[in-house]
Structure formats: structure tokens, C-alpha cells
Ligand binder design. Structure first.
Ligand code: SAH
Length: 507
């Protein structure tokens, strides 16, 4: 025991979509010293509490649930040590989550606590499946029912007659294995056998699946689809609105697992776009930007900026690497006065602009070849500085030298494979993927280099989306099947083409 008073937050973590935890819940989580969680809470939440000890009390492979008694003990023990404890519970703590029992234990032990409500699975699943749980035209009453009572009691202790006819919309939690019994009881007690029923599993996640039927045929549908929990059963006329109101599971990339191999620092926007199209991005960065082995060459080139006529920047990484070295050498953008700035495309231009500089030239073709095309007519006798990636292609130095320029091309950065990538990749291939995206040849080369023969075989079974022709060539040389390559090499174009691909494939 310490003098410090422990404190427990019982937090509703929502149904799965990490955006569905309350701001208050997130705030409590960030202040916690201990986080106690189970499988229904999204694992991403743990990243919000890196400061805390994380204790998993959910189901383990092959083992039974962590007994409630032990969870209660753990709460008392950690709070007794004077810790701030965040107990994350799926959905809402007070709806079929035994939050009431946990709070009672705390109250009896005089441990101060707070209950932070959450979006319960029924509310969330209804919204994400397009089922308005009440509607003036068909129902004004709503019931949340457990389909799996305390095993000591029997499901038949529910008052079926009143449920069947007295409540308009019924939502059953934990009812999947009892579905047959639920449907039979409702019909036997007076509910129309043609009443619409929807079963929604893994609601609000990219794995959400819904079956639409009636009290008569839903059992067979669930059986033949081999539906697994967690799932909710919606019974009532309101279910039919889903045909018109569904919005979540009919987006173009819904449920597609897409491997993103870009460097983590640059993948965020791409992943957000994939998410908004309904996909499940699986982040597995194949490269990470690291400084060059030595700065000697780059520093010498920076030293000679006064005699330099052109600065060619062919990637956002090159821009960042160049300007960060400039700053380390105690210089700023004034060192570039009078130099013509060339960027390979609009993204690189945007990053350059963020340093307060506008490019003078951007080629129409966003590749090294495009840069050569716009420069070759005017660089004879000029000095061109091209800070490049280690292992960059030689197109620019070779062709511009041929055009009469003096090309200085120091290595400004290297790309390396981040630690932990192999494990992530193996897991992703194991779980199954619908598409692999590549944003450069080196992402392809790195991915294939990590895999053994059987891993390569697995990867070759997954279709590939590539940012442009060079990346596609590398992928095809590795035996991969490129199914998407946009006309222009931008991420927006890539996303559009990926959507097109799946729309055409699925129809
Ligand atoms: N306290 C939780 C419910 C816990 S009981 C809440 O308020 O949501 C667990 C049951 O909730 C599961 O068996 C399932 O019926 C339902 N459930 C939880 N998350 C779900 C999800 N994402 N999709 C469908 N059902 C879910």
C-alpha cells in the first residue's frame, strides 16, 4: 500500500472502430498508469497509453476467459498500489459487460472510480449497417436482449411472449449460437415469421459482414455463411431500411486488405484515403530513410552552391534530406539564391514550397526522364546539383553530362528496411491480402528480398498495384502480377485505379 490514492476509470472503448471512443475516454486512457483490456477493445488504443503497463485479460488461444473474479482482484490490487487504472471495456461498460459488477467491487472497497460511457455495439452496428433502430412508421420501442444468459440460468427465462409482441425492434447480443432458438421462440410467441432480421458481425470494422433475412430463413443463411461471433441480431421492420440506407459496407474498397509498403512517415495520408474508401490498410513499411554513410560529398556540394546553376530534386526525401543538412551546416534558403530549382513532380514541389521556395520547373512526365527532357536543351556548360538516394538510377547524371552539364550527384540519403518488417509481412501474408501496393522499385526489391521461397510464392498470389512503369517492371521481373498502374504516377491516381480495379472485379 502507498499513500497515493488509486483511481479507476471504467471506460467504454466502443465497438471496434477506434474513432468511436469518446474524447473523455481517450483522455483518461492517456493519463493511465495501468491499462486492463480484453479482446473487444481495439489494440490501437494501447498505442495511446505507451506510458502505462498493459494487462490483457481477454480470451487466450485454447484457454478459457480470464475469470471475472481475477479481473476484480486485479483492479483492487492495482488501485491499491495507488495507480491510475484504465479498465477498457468493449462497447459500453454498463451494457452486458459486467461493468456493474466491477464497479460494485470498487465501491465496496472504497476505491474512487468513474464510469465513462461508450458507444454500445447495437448503436454502432445499427448505424454502420444502415438500420435506424426506431422509426415513426414502424416502431417506437426498442429492446436490448442478451441471447446468452448466465449458463446457470436458461435462455427460456426470458419472457418470450412479451418480447415477441410487446417490443418493436429487438437487438440480441451474444445470440449467434442461440439464433435458432431465438427465432423459434419469437415465432412461437406470436411474431410474424416474415419479420425482417439482420445479423451483423464485426460491426464498424473493415471486416463487418451482414446477412439480411427473416425469422424463417436467417438460421440457414448464418449456417451456410459460417458466421462467427461477435455478432448482433436485429429483429424488426426497421431492418428493411438497410436496403436504402447502407453506406458503410458498399464503399468501393470495403473489406479489402491492402498492404502498404511505403515508408511509415509518408504512408499516413495514403492509409487515410484507403480507410475512407472502406479498405483495411495493412501497414508494412519496406523502407525507412536514413542519412548517408558519409556527408563528405554532400557537404562539399553545399560548399559550392555559389557556383551551382541548377538544383534537381527527384523525391520528397531528397528535399527533406537536403534541407536538413543545410540547416545542420547552419545555412538557410538564402544559400540557394540564383539557383534554378527543378522538382520531379507536384508532390516534391509541395514539399519544396513548405521550405519557402517555389520550383522553377516541373516536367510533364514525373520521372527522371522527364527531368532530362526539360533540362537537356539548356544545361550545357552549367553545373547541376542532384542530391540523390544511394542506389538511385543513373539517368539524370548520365544524360545531363551527355548534354554538356557538369553534374554533381552526392548521396543525400539511403533507404533501409526497418526493423520488425519481416514479422509484419509474414503475419500479413498469413492473414491474407487482397492487394499489395508498391510506390517504388526499392519497395518491391526489399519485400521480395525478405521472403524465402515459400513466402515469395505466397506474395506472387496477391495482385499488385504499382505507382508507375519502372516499379511495375521490377515487380514483374520478380514474378508478381501487376493489375493496377495509373497513367500518371501520383497517389491520387493510384487510389482511383485501385477503386476501379475492385469495382470491375466484383461486378
Ligand atoms: N459491453 C459491450 C457488449 C459486451 S457483450 C457493448 O456495449 O457493446 C459482447 C457481445 O457484444 C458480442 O457477443 C456481440 O453480440 C456484441 N458485440 C460487441 N462488439 C461487436 C461488434 N463489433 N460487432 C457485432 N457485435 C458486437
Amino acid at each position: 500500500m502507498t499513500d497515493k490514492q488509486g483511481y479507476v476509470y471504467l471506460i467504454g472503448a466502443g465497438p471496434g472502430d477506434p474513432g468511436l471512443m469518446t474524447v473523455k475516454g481517450m483522455d483518461c486512457l492517456q493519463r493511465a498508469e495501468v491499462v486492463i483490456y480484453d479482446y473487444l477493445a481495439n489494440p490501437l488504443f494501447l498505442e495511446q497509453a505507451p506510458q502505462a503497463e498493459h494487462i490483457y485479460v481477454g480470451k487466450r488461444k485454447g484457454l478459457h476467459h480470464y475469470p471475472q473474479e481475477k479481473i476484480n482482484q486485479l483492479l483492487l490490487e492495482k488501485a491499491g498500489e495507488g495507480k491510475v487504472v484504465a479498465r477498457l471495456k468493449g462497447g459500453d461498460p454498463f451494457i452486458f459487460g459486467r461493468g456493474g459488477e466491477e464497479a460494485m467491487v470498487l465501491a465496496e472497497a472504497d476505491i474512487p472510480f468513474e464510469i465513462v460511457p461508450g458507444v454500445t455495439a447495437a448503436v454502432a452496428a445499427a448505424a454502420y449497417a444502415g438500420i435506424p433502430m426506431t422509426h415513426r412508421d414502424c416502431t417506437t420501442t426498442l429492446g436490448f436482449v442478451t441471447g446468452h444468459e448466465d449458463p446457470a440460468k436458461k435462455l427460456s427465462s426470458l419472457d418470450w411472449e412479451k418480447l415477441a409482441t410487446g417490443v418493436g425492434t429487438l437487438v440480441f447480443y451474444m445470440g449467434l449460437t442461440n439464433l435458432e432458438n431465438i427465432c423459434e421462440q419469437l415465432v412461437a410467441h406470436g411474431r410474424d415469421p416474415q419479420t425482417p432480421v439482420a445479423v451483423v458481425r464485426c460491426a464498424t470494422t473493415p471486416r463487418q459482414q451482414t446477412l439480411d433475412g427473416t425469422l424463417t430463413d436467417i438460421v440457414d443463411m448464418v449456417r451456410s455463411a459460417d458466421f462467427k461471433p461477435p455478432a448482433l441480431i436485429f429483429v424488426g421492420e426497421v431492418v428493411k431500411f438497410r436496403a436504402t440506407l447502407r453506406w458503410f459496407d458498399d464503399r468501393p474498397l470495403f473489406g479489402k486488405r491492402i498492404l502498404v509498403t511505403r515508408a511509415a512517415a509518408q504512408a499516413d495520408e495514403f492509409c487515410q484515403h484507403l480507410l475512407s474508401l472502406g479498405a483495411e490498410p495493412v501497414l508494412c513499411p519496406m523502407l525507412e530513410i536514413a542519412p548517408p554513410e558519409s556527408f563528405t560529398e554532400l557537404d562539399r556540394a553545399i560548399d559550392q552552391l555559389l557556383e551551382t546553376d541548377y538544383l534537381v530534386l527527384t523525391s520528397t526525401n531528397a528535399v527533406d534530406a537536403f534541407f536538413s543538412r543545410l540547416a545542420e551546416l547552419d545555412l538557410d534558403v538564402r544559400a540557394l539564391a540564383g539557383i534554378k530549382l527543378v522538382t520531379v513532380g507536384p508532390k516534391t514541389a509541395a514539399v519544396l514550397t513548405s521550405y519557402g521556395l517555389k520550383p522553377d520547373m516541373i516536367p510533364a512526365d514525373y520521372r527522371a526522364e522527364g527531368v532530362v527532357d526539360i533540362l537537356k536543351g539548356e544545361v550545357a556548360g552549367k553545373r547541376v546539383l542532384y542530391p540523390k538516394a544511394e542506389l538511385a538510377r543513373d539517368v539524370i547524371p548520365e544524360q545531363l553530362t551527355r548534354a554538356g552539364a557538369e553534374v554533381v550527384s552526392p548521396v543525400a540519403y539511403r533507404s533501409i528496411i526497418p526493423a520488425g518488417t519481416f514479422e509484419k509481412l509474414e503475419q500479413a501474408l498469413e492473414d491474407g491480402l487482397d492487394l499489395i501496393t508498391f510506390s517504388s522499385s526499392s519497395t518491391v526489391t526489399n519485400l521480395m528480398a525478405l521472403l524465402d521461397a515459400s513466402g515469395k510464392l505466397k506474395a506472387r498470389q496477391v495482385p499488385v498495384a504499382s505507382i508507375g512503369p519502372l516499379t511495375s517492371k521490377t515487380a514483374e521481373d520478380e514474378g508478381l502480377e501487376v493489375v493496377v498502374e495509373p497513367g500518371v504516377s501520383t497517389f491520387d491516381a493510384l487510389l482511383t485505379e485501385i477503386s476501379e480495379y475492385f469495382i470491375n472485379k466484383d461486378t
